[in-house]
Design a protein around this ligand. Structure first.
Ligand SMILES: Nc1ncnc2c1ncn2[C@@H]1O[C@H](COP(=O)(O)OP(=O)(O)O)[C@@H](O)[C@H]1O
Ligand SMILES: [Mg+2]
Length: 221
């Protein structure tokens, strides 16, 4: 029995966290007969939560782009060693909110770090572990910004305006990754209402999950 890693990707406000929770409940309720782990990056471990607060807190010091890249790598190395690998070894299905594609999209395409460096950091953290399936929630960056605003209940400021160009580059990055890995990354139109997006997600997941279960059965027999 083989574990599987499903990652949820997309820009901030794309709906990743909401859809992951819905998928988790659906999988648990529908009796897919696999134990599940829902986790996230950064911050999927105790050590990772320290790193997450360094990464996401606004600070008067500017976090250097390469330092940021390495902190994400450290978070991921710990997360894989402590949570993901052990779960996969037990045959569990792991749902992960952001993973390596976010690093390529944000640190590579968004920040503009050299792709070779980004790739090195990812390889060091993952040692080659790749998701079995990646759902890329693709939303219009303006819509994502509006959702984040509604979530926070705040207005637009200079930083958010600068943030839009950044989110657009990041979205473009996910687009390029999806082109590069067409078998693994599936694009989901996240601009529709929540329920409609979830219907699409289930349509994508169902045949994959069935395929995985039958592969597991063949392994046993
Ligand atoms: N398809 C959607 N339609 C409308 N609102 C949505 C949709 N998906 C998510 N939201 C809302 O947008 C906000 C951001 O969603 P969230 O799942 O936290 O996104 P992410 O984890 O990708 O940043 C939340 O308030 C959520 O309820
Ligand atoms: Mg989220």
């Amino acid at each position: 029995m083989q574990g599987r890693l499903i990652t949820f990707e997309g820009i901030d406000g794309a709906g990743k966290t909401t859809q992951l929770q819905w998928v988790r409940s659906w999988l648990a309720d529908a009796g897919w007969a696999r134990s599940l782990v829902a986790t996230r990056e950064p911050g999927g471990t105790g050590i990772g939560r320290h790193l997450r607060s360094v990464l996401l807190q606004v600070n008067d010091e500017v976090l250097d782009d390469r330092a940021e890249l390495l902190l994400y790598a450290a978070d991921r190395a710990q997360h894989i060693a402590q949570v993901i690998e052990p779960a996969l070894a037990e045959g569990q299905w792991v749902l992960c909110d952001r993973f390596t594609d976010s690093t390529f999209a944000y640190q590579g395409f968004g920040r503009g770090l050299e792709m070779g460096l980004v790739e090195q950091s990812v390889r060091m953290a993952t040692q080659g572990l790749q998701p079995d399936l990646t759902l890329w929630f693709d939303v219009d960056p303006e819509m994502a910004a509006k959702r984040r605003q509604d979530r926070a209940g705040g207005g637009t400021d200079r930083l958010e305006a600068a943030g839009l160009a950044f989110q657009k580059r990041t979205r473009q990055g996910f687009q390029e990754l999806a082109t590069q890995f067409p078998g693994r990354i599936v694009q989901v139109d996240g601009n529709q209402e929540l329920e409609a997006v979830f219907v699409i997600v289930k349509e994508i997941l169902e045949p994959r999950l069935k395929q995985w279960l039958s592969e597991d059965l063949m392994e046993v027999s």
